[in-house]
Design a protein around this ligand. Structure first.
Ligand code: BJW
Ligand code: ZN
Length: 252
């Protein structure tokens, strides 16, 4: 399917509560790599060596320097038309919640006001020993020592690694927003990583209309009411423009 059906646009235009789940594909057109695409981060780097607590403890400089570089990259890019269109959707729908697996902060920078970061944020740095937040993580790959807190503990990014629990409040809020919405839109996620991948299923079970936007099919596609394939930076603004036009035609 290459465009949104009239019926789907109508359901979105009539919704009072919309929950959006975004993944790395939503930030791809800002210039940030995804994880599992052929040119994604996991094609170049081994997740086992980077995205778990045991990898961090085994080689803190490797993990700290990789996240230092990712933090610099995310600070160096801008929200793209997908992020901007989702912020604009708040003008048209009473309640819009963006649940994001992304750690780049681009939804907030685009102006979305209710963003739930279920996999944490690159922009939070804290001590793995005492939990104290700190401002900076700037470690070069050839650093001789890892960055430490005043207490001697290792500094880590505030992201959720494999095997770690998602932040309790964020997950509870995401499940509630997914279970209570009229329409759920999943954008640019491979729908492979749990528990985030279960959120559209909660929505469907509770009667929401589920829309998927992705470059290609995912395990979610068959369960979605409509799956539309193409770049999120083109399709999301198109969907929001169609909702805006529908709302305007009702007023006139
Ligand atoms: C475009 C596009 C464009 C490209 N336009 N589209 C149940 C079953 C099986 C396993 C588990 C389960 N429950 C838990 C697990 C274990 C595990 C898990 O899910 N493993 C699976 C991989 C099998 N989950 C966990 O460990 C989670 N914790 C947990 O469950 O705790 C409880 C527990 C503990 C111990 C044991 C059991 C339970 C934590 C998951 C943490 C994920 N962390 C990462 C790294 C974050 C930090 C960092 O950034 O480095 O999060 S991994 C990575 O994957 C990152 C992402 O947020 C996440 C999801 O990826 P995403 O966003 O979907 O990206 P991609 O690359 O996969 O997909 C991109 C998509 O975009 C593609 O589809 C493209 O087509 C598309 N695309 N360009 C539109 N322009
Ligand atoms: Zn400390």
């Amino acid at each position: 399917m290459t465009g949104f059906s009239e019926q789907i646009v109508e359901r979105l235009a009539n919704a009072s509560s919309v929950t959006v789940l975004t993944g790395a594909g939503a930030s791809a057109e800002s210039g940030l790599p995804t994880f599992r695409d052929p040119d994604g981060l996991w094609s170049e780097f081994n997740p086992v060596e980077l995205a778990s607590y045991s990898a961090f403890v085994d080689n803190p400089v490797r993990v700290q320097s990789w996240y230092s570089a990712r933090l610099r990259s995310s600070n160096g890019v801008s929200p793209n038309p997908c992020h901007l269109a989702l912020a604009e959707l708040e003008d048209l729908i009473e309640s819009v919640t963006v649940v994001t697996q992304n750690v780049d902060g681009l939804h907030q920078r685009a102006g979305s006001t209710r963003v739930i970061e279920v996999h944490g944020s690159l922009h939070r740095i804290y001590c793995a020993a005492c939990g104290r937040d700190t401002q900076e993580l700037d470690v070069a790959p050839d650093a001789s020592e890892p960055a430490r807190c005043g207490c001697g503990g290792l500094l880590r990014p505030g992201v959720v690694w494999f095997g770690e629990m998602l932040p309790e409040q964020a997950l509870a809020a995401a499940v509630e927003a997914s279970s209570d919405c009229d329409v759920f839109v999943a954008i640019g996620t491979s729908a492979e990583v749990y528990p985030a991948a279960a959120l559209p299923l909660h929505a469907a079970k509770n009667g929401a209309t589920v829309i998927e936007i992705n470059l290609g099919p995912t395990p979610l596609s068959a369960a979605a009411d409509e799956a539309v394939f193409g770049p999120a930076g083109e399709l999301t603004p198109r969907l929001v423009a169609q909702v805006r036009a529908r709302a305007a035609s009702r007023v006139n």
